[in-house]
Design a protein around this ligand. Sequence first.
Ligand code: EPZ
Length: 420
Amino acid sequence: MDKLVIYGGKRLKGIVEINGAKNAALPIMAGTLLVEGEFIIHNIPLVRDVFTMSEVLETLGAKVKIEDHTAIIDTRGAVGYEAPYELVKKMRASYYVLGPLVSRLGRARVSLPGGCAIGARPVDLHIKGLRELSVKVNLIHGYIEAEAERVIGNEIFLEGVKGPSVGATINTMMAAVRCSGKTIIDGAAMEPEVVDVANFLRTMGAEINGAGTRRIEITGVKKLNPVEYTIIPDRIEAGTYAVSGVITNGDIVLRNVIPEHLDAVLKKLEETGAVIERRGREIRVKGQGRIRSTDIRVSPYPGFPTDMQAQFMALLCIADGVSVITETIFENRFMHVPELMRMGADLTIDGQNVVVRGKPSLSGAPVMASDLRASAALVIAGLVATGKTEVSRVYHIDRGYEKVEEKLKRLGAEIWRVRE
Ligand code: EPZ
């Protein structure tokens, strides 16, 4: 298994190009199953999860060609309706084929994803969304089996005990685009990735209003068309590089971003003392010496994203003072805590809070990645730690960051990959 070796202490400087959003690319790729034809999807990030989604589509009979960040997806002949356990266990987001398959074929069989390193992550809201659209759903032999003669529009309240669900909102929206009548999703997730999927569906001919608010209205249409579409930039990749810039007291420019998608993250970086300049599709991030402590409470968009919690924890480990980080979305998303402590961080977990007592420095150590964003946090900590940090199990980081070590190296970091 590959590992990343980092010698910390270099100030990052320069320009970093941000790729397309993984969490928009995955459902949009699945969404191509809604109609037969050839789709051209631009700004595809070349990350492992995207290749897994390609495998899922190919298993269903589609042809996928990815060249230079453009995917050509041909869904003529995609008549399969089963996403097997072998693929869904590799990547939960494989369940995004559920909505499109039910809409086009009237049936789908998708493995239940099971647990995950960051929490139990149930799929009850995905199932609720389908059932409320008159889809028959059975859970049998570890699979979700869905069948519908007709998808019938309905008013659905989709919020769960942990708040709105990005995945369930998107799956329900995709299942509903061809419903008879009208569907209203109340308690919808407002994340930019939900909006991007809605825009993709609208380009195909769907009638969707209100994406980006808590109430999405979908009027069923008879016909959809294959289209060319460009995916939005990845706000979490951008945020991760922004934190890397600040923690190294650097001066970097994030290129190809939508700054407003990063509002909460940038405001929090400003609270730590960083200077942020927004100019069009670019953001300049400058560190200003010692980092100031700040408290963070994760919440659904437009709040502070759970996908940036681990990276901010790495940053606050070397802040001047005490910070409290509260994770409200996933119950087990503190796997990076013991690893950061191996690097000298002073952290105490208390339920859904972590108390971070800032220290002047961290010290390099061998550490282990446990999930995508936790790995990013360990790399960030390694950038500022004294001496050598070795982050093992980096296949986690490859799921969501394209060429992370090359991008960081170009910014001046001393980092390389050891292939094993
Ligand atoms: C998406 O996951 C992202 N993944 C996650 O990013 C991200 O952390 C998360 O949204 C929150 O922003 C993708 O887009 C592929 P949710 P998703 O459904 O859709 C509970 C990363 O690092 N819930 O919005 O699975 C759930 O357990 C990944 O890129 C139910 O109770 O998240 C959680 O507590 C990790 N029942 C909360 O809702 C359900 O049926 C929000 O989860 C579904 C979710």
